[in-house]
Design a protein around this ligand. Structure first.
Ligand SMILES: NC(=O)c1ccc[n+]([C@@H]2O[C@H](COP(=O)([O-])OP(=O)(O)OC[C@H]3O[C@@H](n4cnc5c(N)ncnc54)[C@H](O)[C@@H]3O)[C@@H](O)[C@H]2O)c1
Length: 276
């Protein structure tokens, strides 16, 4: 007679409540009320960081902080102009005063201006403005953060560049050069800090076209409103348009201790666009 085997199915493993990937850290995110900044702040907050959101424009501050707080994330907003030295000192001081430390800086604030018709028509004031926010801002931020982090055991700095750091685009002289500068500056500062034994890692994330209101508006101008999204997708071999979260997840990895050996690196988040 056949023996009837009864199998006892092991109970589903209980998923232990794990600490967040950046639990206990304090992160300052510049341009924190913008499309990508919001996503970064949310991801870091959901993984346990306390978040200092900064932006030059306070208009969206209440909504941006409420979005984080509704998820139980401790956050404050600081109005902050990344081009201004005194403003940087105040923002870092506010983070340290409120949360006692600064472990992660995400230099995300950045601008683009309508591209000139051709290179020789690039206006010097536009060049200066873009350099001032995109490159001076990153330099000042790194300098202020390193000064604090080196005395408190270290930290992680993530600079948001762009695929424009790698390739020429029509009308992209100022924007592309500013992001190329961010790419180089990341390595200069990272190597110096490593040699000094500061335990501060500095890396860059270079996104392709990411679906934000700004990208959609400029693509609508370039391709027409009804064709904009598809045209942007077609640029990428992956045939997809990046979302702010695609950038946020790369930042999360670099902010966390999972990336302890990743330093002075470029992480390109581009759906293979640069390789095509
Ligand atoms: N959206 C894309 O497709 C894309 C692609 C590649 C790289 N990037 C980069 O990602 C970063 C975020 O871009 P986004 O698409 O979220 O743009 P966004 O305009 O939505 O956000 C940028 C934020 O920076 C703030 N800001 C501007 N000047 C500032 C200053 N002087 N001081 C402080 N804050 C200032 C703005 O108020 C805004 O909230 C930028 O560095 C941008 O160059 C974006």
């Amino acid at each position: 007679m056949a023996t009837l085997h009864t199998h006892t199915i092991a109970p589903a493993p209980v998923r232990k409540e794990r600490p967040g990937r950046v639990a206990g850290k304090v992160a300052l995110v510049t341009g924190g009320t913008g499309g990508i900044g919001q996503a970064i702040a949310l991801r870091l907050g959901q993984e346990g960081a306390r978040v200092v959101l900064t932006d030059i424009n306070p208009a969206l501050a209440a909504a941006a902080t409420a979005a984080l707080q509704s998820q139980g994330i401790e956050t404050i907003f600081v109005q902050h102009d990344v081009c201004d030295e005194a403003s940087w000192k105040a923002a870092v001081a506010a983070a340290c005063e409120r949360f006692g430390q600064l472990d992660v800086l995400v230099n995300n604030a950045g601008i683009a201006l309508p591209p000139p018709e051709s290179f020789e028509l690039t206006r010097f004031e536009d060049w200066r403005k873009i350099m001032s926010v995109n490159l001076d801002g990153v330099f000042l931020g790194m300098r202020e953060a390193v000064a604090v982090m080196k005395d408190s055991g270290g930290g992680s700095i993530v600079n948001i560049g762009s695929i424009a750091a790698y390739v020429g685009t029509p009308g992209g002289a100022a924007y592309g050069s500013s992001k190329g500068g961010v790419r180089s500056l990341t390595k200069q500062a990272a190597v110096m800090c490593a040699r000094k034994g500061y335990n501060i890692r500095i890396n860059a994330v270079h996104p392709c076209y990411i679906r934000t209101p700004l990208t959609e508006a400029s693509a609508a101008k370039r391709f027409g409103a009804d064709k904009a999204v598809q045209a942007l997708k077609d640029l990428h071999p992956f045939q997809c348009l990046g979302e702010p979260d695609d950038v946020a997840y790369a930042v999360l990895f670099l902010a966390s201790d999972e990336s302890r050996l990743v330093n002075a690196a470029d992480i390109v988040v581009d759906g293979a666009l640069l390789s095509s």
